[in-house]
Design a protein around this ligand. Structure first.
Ligand code: LX5
Length: 628
């Protein structure tokens, strides 16, 4: 195959092209990127006096613990506490422990910030009572501990401690323990609320992100961050939708919510944390507002939407409003960020293509109001661009596609035939998730991928060359889902996996990394690949005008090598260039047992105004050659 490259760029590669879609799914937030190490730290959204309410807290020995609706709760947002019974007999040591989110990763010498709140009825226990917070390894050996008197003052008392493990434990099976000693007295109890353990966070942000996951994501230079969902925006009911105002301010004022992926969201990772995260990674937020439709099928239309539109206006004003004229903006200022954050795009709902009867009304009601209030913002539709017709006409549609590696390899020309009518497209969710085109969302036994494979990543790379070729109308694209716990997921495959102390970069992660780190800033047309339903060889050519480099991306989905010849239209072309290649057996993945099975390999290749390159079977190659 001979590829002749044009010297004249057809369009810019937008700086926003590659970014990340995030929602709390498969513990991507609570138990993942959000650095809190204690699972069920505040007994949010649980039924008191049930075993489930305690999960995963366990009593030490024969201690008695239960979750109670506290008669004097720590706050109205956190009505439940953990009650530790203090037996009348002089029990030596009583207490309870938390195993974290499928383990707690601990490292010798690292300072973990522990905190808890307790309350004991005045005078109810002896003055010799003391409280110990400790980190225990899998054999209940103490790695770090902090002891302080336990005061029966009748008032909520906060205890904070910096716990530094004396050595690194042999596994993640560690726990956070709270023990009470010498609490002799009549039968009584100690109530506990909001118990927390944080490692040092990314950039040292309070209430921040887990550094290893954060750095893994930062390495892909994401230009945007779509949040809070995805399904997790919507709620199964109107009452359980994501609400910005429940996710800001002191943690004790955040009630949490029943998330849409089968677990309670603490909402400790809330709107301000997302915005700080966007600033830390130099990303712009693609923020969604709820649009009157729930996963349970409820919809709200017309004037009944007014309170939800008001809430959306407040949400947006929290991000960009003027503290002098907007209470949510003044709240932002009081939380330390008087200046507005960057915001250009607001998404209206998520996948709003399940309720064609009311989507037009809801879009019109909401967007007419929001665009009048915020004329500087662009609103993204999440219904299908093929209909129903929406007014005002959407400037942007968020398009989602989950399919097979073969689909992605043979459909990279999807946008070539889209009418250039001023509409722009955000490919907000895409991934090859199964090898079974007739049952994509099935089980692994039916073809679903547990982890991305070489074939799925190379197929996605083919599809992504189409985004570069059509970047005049595709301004952003993001793989989904971004993050998933390897111990507890509701969706596979995920771009990045993790457990309590490891991060797992998938083959698809490396493809995203290679595209984002070799973007170029303009697209150079070249001989077009075959656009057939059996296409296997796809490529795109961009140029970095600053670096005076030509960047050639090649996705070879065939089981055989492809001999290619490139003809460059530049008079001064380096005689050598770099080739970074991701390849391996088509069904191979990076897994917790083989985390680096498939990694990109960079080598030097011979280049020139014309040069030949052999694309390995099932491979994604990025060739970079100096040329001008
Ligand atoms: O069950 S699905 O609708 O396919 O869920 C998908 C689409 C939705 O936007 C996102 O939350 C999820 C996986 O990323």
């Amino acid at each position: 195959t001979t590829v002749t490259v044009s010297a004249t760029a057809s369009h810019a590669i937008p700086s926003t092209l590659w970014g990340m879609m995030f929602e709390d799914i498969s513990h991507s937030g609570d138990g993942g990127l959000y650095a809190e190490l204690i699972q069920n730290r505040a007994f949010q959204q649980v039924a008191p006096d049930t075993a489930a309410a305690l999960d995963p807290w366990v009593p030490l020995g024969d201690s008695q613990i239960s979750v109670v609706a506290d008669s004097v709760p720590l706050s109205s947002a956190l009505p439940n506490s953990l009650a530790l019974t203090v037996p009348a007999a002089s029990a030596t040591e009583i207490g309870f422990a938390n195993p974290g989110y499928f383990g707690i990763g601990l490292v010798k010498g690292t300072a973990y910030s522990a905190s808890l709140n307790y309350r004991v009825a005045a005078g109810a226990i002896s003055k010799q009572a003391s409280l110990t917070i400790s980190l225990l390894d899998q054999n209940n050996k103490t790695l770090a501990a902090f002891t302080t008197p336990l005061r029966a003052s009748g008032k909520w008392t906060e205890v904070t401690a910096s716990l530094v493990p004396s050595h690194t434990p042999p596994s993640n099976n560690n726990s956070f323990a709270v023990t009470v000693t010498n609490a002799r007295g009549a039968e009584s109890q100690v109530n506990f609320a909001l118990l927390s353990l944080f490692p040092p966070t990314f950039k040292g942000r309070a209430n921040g992100m887990r550094p290893d996951i954060a750095e893994t994501l930062a390495a892909n230079k994401p230009a945007f961050w779509r949040f809070p969902g995805g399904n997790n925006l919507e709620g199964q009911t109107v009452a359980t939708r994501w609400q910005w105002n429940n996710t800001v301010g002191p943690l004790k004022d955040r009630p949490g919510r029943v998330g849409d992926w089968g677990y309670v969201n603490t909402d400790g990772l809330g709107l301000l944390e997302y915005l700080h995260w966007c600033e830390d990674l130099d990303m712009e937020p693609y923020m969604a507002v709820w649009d009157g439709y729930t996963l349970g099928g409820t919809n709200i239309t017309g004037a009944a939407l007014d309170p939800y539109i008001a809430q959306a206006i407040d949400q947006i004003n929290f991000v960009i409003g003027d503290p002098a004229t907007s209470a949510p903006a003044a709240l932002r200022a009081s939380l330390g960020h008087p200046e507005p954050f960057t915001l250009h795009y607001v998404e209206i709902g998520n996948e709003d293509f399940f309720d064609d009867e009311t989507v037009a009304n809801r879009w019109n009601t909401i967007v007419t109001n929001l665009s009048a209030t915020f004329p500087q913002l662009t609103f993204m539709a999440t219904s299908l661009s093929s209909g129903p017709v929406l007014t005002p006409t959407p400037k942007v549609y968020d398009v989602h596609v989950y399919s097979s590696p073969t689909f992605f390899a043979t459909n990279s020309f999807l946008y070539d035939s889209v009418e250039r009518n001023g509409t722009h497209y955000f490919e907000g969710e895409y991934a090859a998730i199964s090898t079974n085109d007739s049952n994509l969302f099935g089980t692994p036994a039916e073809g679903r991928l547990l982890f991305p494979t070489v074939a799925s990543a190379v197929g996605e790379a083919a599809f992504m060359t189409g985004f570069e070729r059509n970047a005049d109308i595709v301004f952003s694209a993001s793989y989904a889902p971004l993050l998933g716990s390897v111990n507890d997921s509701q969706w596979t495959p995920n771009l990045v996996g993790f457990d309590a102390s490891n991060v797992y970069k998938s083959t698809s992660y490396y493809v995203q990394n290679l595209f984002a780190n070799n973007k170029g800033d303009e697209y150079l047309p070249s001989t077009l690949p075959s656009n057939s339903s059996t296409a296997t060889l796809l490529w795109s050519v961009t140029r970095s005008t600053a670096n005076k480099e030509v960047i050639i991306k090649i996705s070879n989905n065939a089981a055989t090598t492809e001999e290619m010849k490139f003809v460059l239209p530049f008079k001064d072309v380096s005689s050598t260039g770099s080739a970074t290649v991701l390849t391996g057996p088509a069904t191979a993945s990076n897994t917790p047992d083989a985390p680096d099975a498939i990694v990109p390999v960079t080598s030097r290749i011979k280049t020139g105004t014309t040069f030949e390159y052999t694309a390995p079977a099932v491979s994604f190659s990025v060739l970079v050659v100096s040329a001008h």
